[in-house]
Design a protein around this ligand. Structure first.
Ligand SMILES: [Zn+2]
Length: 165
């Protein structure tokens, strides 16, 4: 796991975030609500999202990598937030050795940091994700949440895509 945003790294560094195992079918979400800011860190083996993890070798694979990056840069299609909280997405930061053009031996991860600014953060009570619908190879997401009233953990599945606090 490589947090791109120092703020969320600090929130989770102490208790939860030993580097997660790279298990195909599994991913991880860290959600933190701090004041008016909602942060979501998404960490997944690339295999869950692309069906391969090697450096793209064909035009089709290069296209798939580019399409994935574009898909991940659209948080409104990946996460539903309590509308009453009036959260506005800020530009996400998406990173993977494949996007950077680095050839890695095997088993490559993706790290994405999403941020919202919410006008009424007290109304924010739930996050629902479309990740399972967008990426059918994904079967389980370990979720850690840190909010004004402490931390919680949960497990999301295709049958259970929402988390409330
Ligand atoms: Zn792998």
């Amino acid at each position: 796991m490589r947090h791109l945003l120092p703020a969320i790294a600090l929130l989770f560094a102490s208790s939860l975030s030993a580097a997660p195992p790279h298990v195909h079918g599994e991913a991880r979400l860290e959600i933190a609500l701090e004041g008016e800011t909602l942060l979501i860190h998404f960490d997944s083996p690339l295999d869950n999202l692309l069906g391969f993890e090697h450096f793209p070798r064909t035009a089709g694979e290069r296209q798939a990598v580019a399409a994935l990056k574009a898909q991940l840069e659209a948080p409104e299609k990946l996460f539903d937030l309590t509308p009453e909280a009036r959260c506005q997405a800020l530009p996400p930061e998406i990173a993977s050795p494949l996007f950077a053009g680095r050839r890695e031996a095997a088993h490559v991860d993706l790290d994405a940091d999403y941020r919202w600014r919410c006008t009424r953060p007290d109304e924010l009570r739930a996050v629902r994700t479309q990740l399972f619908a967008e990426f059918p190879r994904l079967k389980r997401i370990r979720l850690d949440f840190a909010g004004p009233r402490g931390q919680q953990s949960d497990m999301l599945t295709p049958a259970r895509t929402g988390f409330r606090w």
